[in-house]
Design a binder for this molecule. Structure first.
Ligand SMILES: CSC[C@H]1O[C@@H](n2cnc3c(O)ncnc32)[C@H](O)[C@@H]1O
Ligand SMILES: [Zn+2]
Length: 445
């Protein structure tokens, strides 16, 4: 019989980092999961008399909220390493878009998304935001794997294998949103690709629909100085000003990249309540620029962290992103106190949840929230000794230390083994994609 002192899973870790309050590291505490939620978080001694279906003793582990990857294109994992060392526009126009035209299908997206999720679950992500063609295939793959996902309906103004134009993207996306309305783990939102690829009339339609349906909107914005310059030359406006004029800049808006920002842009962002998704590794690898995270934080803008796709990163491991964000903030300001470890971890958890509008459910370890959490083993030589478990997570871990990953109380990774993904079968399909992509290379002259 269920009682108040009954847990599905009772975890006794060495450390708990709940993320709220910022920077807190708890020792001697335990956490109980019941019905997919956090039922209790209190001193271990207070669990005397509790019963649990499963009890985990994890004395060398730190327990923390699952990481939130607030921006990516999961299926692009199949294009990892396909075209490196190009700047954004040649990378897109000469390499990615031709490759996508040649290969992307329902099957490509299903397999690529599964590959991406295997990598993300193993490295501690519990929630990810996706923006890619054939989102129906993404949704099926996510349902099978059990992750939490913000599915950003891809909206782009040219013909793709998935849709004829932006209008068809919107109508197909709305139909998909209808089929997912009862899904507890997937939320469909709008994902207009960028101001340079979506006609203004379609952006205005997205603004109206997002307001009517109270839905978030995620968009690539100010990714490079060249994007901003080109917009000013062709429209007379900076992209952020266009979004504002079209009614697309507000607390539901998630602006991805944001490297080229002046004081006025930052003030506008802060006043609007829009969120910024920082993708430091993709920005560095494409040579795009640096998102001014410290200035944004000082202005009160919420920041989330994203990997972007594996074709521009080339990893979906948020531990790598976390470390890159902290280090880049320091070197770009020549200030070692910029983006301290606790603030970086908050960006990868609660900040991401806030940006996605789900911080009432996930992002921190609090009683009543969804049991989306991870355990990280600090017993290896690279993470010893543990003077400070939080410092270890940001500056010493590389993601391979993650041993357990729960979403809504369901273990997706147990003792380092994926429970919902058959990696052997997946590897065979991925090898097949590698062959197919290699034999039909599509680099534009
Ligand atoms: C319609 S969404 C998918 C679309 O986005 C492309 N893409 C991947 N990474 C980036 C990026 O950093 N900036 C802009 N566009 C990107 C991807 O190749 C798909 O065509
Ligand atoms: Zn992107």
């Amino acid at each position: 019989m269920a009682t108040d002192k009954q847990a599905d899973t009772l975890i006794h870790p060495g450390w708990i980092i709940p993320v709220t309050p910022t920077g807190q590291v708890m020792t001697g505490y335990s956490l109980a999961i019941r019905g997919g939620r956090i039922a209790a978080l209190m001193p271990r001694a207070d669990f005397a008399g509790w019963q649990a279906d499963e009890t985990l003793e994890l004395p060398s582990h730190v327990l923390l909220p699952g990481l939130v990857n607030a921006h990516g294109h999961a299926a692009m994992s199949l294009l990892r390493g396909y075209a490196d060392d190009y700047a954004l526009m040649p990378w897109l126009e000469d390499h990615m878009w031709p490759a996508e035209a040649a290969h992307v299908s329902d099957e490509f997206v299903a397999d690529g998304t599964e590959l991406a999720m295997a990598e993300m679950i193993r490295s501690g992500t519990t929630t990810f935001s996706d923006m890619y063609f054939f989102p129906e295939a993404t949704a099926r793959a996510v349902q099978a794997a059990g992750m939490r996902c913000q599915l950003s309906i891809p909206i782009i103004g040219f013909q793709t294998a998935w849709a004829r134009d932006a209008g068809e993207c919107i109508s197909k996306g709305l139909a998909l949103r209808d089929t997912l309305k009862h899904d507890e783990l997937i939320t469909a939102v709008f994902g207009p690709h960028a101001t340079y690829t979506v006609p203004e009339a379609d952006l205005a339609r997205v603004a109206t629909l997002a307001a009517e349906l109270d839905l978030p909107v995620q968009i690539h914005l100010h990714e490079t100085a060249a994007e901003v310059l080109q917009a000013v030359e062709t429209t007379g406006e900076r992209p952020i000003d266009s979004l504002d004029r079209l009614g697309l800049l507000g607390p539901r808006t998630q602006c991805v990249h944001m490297t080229d920002l002046g004081k006025q842009d930052i003030a506008l962002l802060a006043a609007s309540g829009a969120h910024v998704v920082h993708c430091p590794r993709s920005n560095m690898k494409l040579g795009s620029g640096i998102c001014p995270v410290t200035a944004l934080q000082e202005a009160g803008v919420n920041l989330a962290l994203g990997t972007d796709g594996a074709a521009s990163n080339n990893t979906l491991n948020l531990f790598a992103e976390l470390q890159a964000a902290a280090l880049l903030a320091k070197v770009s300001r020549l200030d070692a106190s910029a983006l301290p470890a606790a603030a970086a971890l908050e960006m990868a958890t609660l900040g991401g949840a806030r940006a996605l509008g789900i911080d009432d459910q996930v992002g921190s370890l609090e009683v009543g929230k969804q049991a989306d959490l991870i355990a990280v083993d600090l017993s290896g030589p690279a993470t010893q000794p543990v003077h400070n478990a939080l410092s270890q997570l940001v500056y010493a871990c590389n993601g391979s230390e993650v041993t357990h990953n729960w979403v809504a109380g369901q273990p997706l990774l147990r003792d380092g083994r994926l429970t919902t993904i058959d990696t052997t079968a997946l590897a065979a399909r991925v090898a097949n994609w590698q062959q197919r992509i290699a034999t039909k290379r599509t680099t534009k002259a």
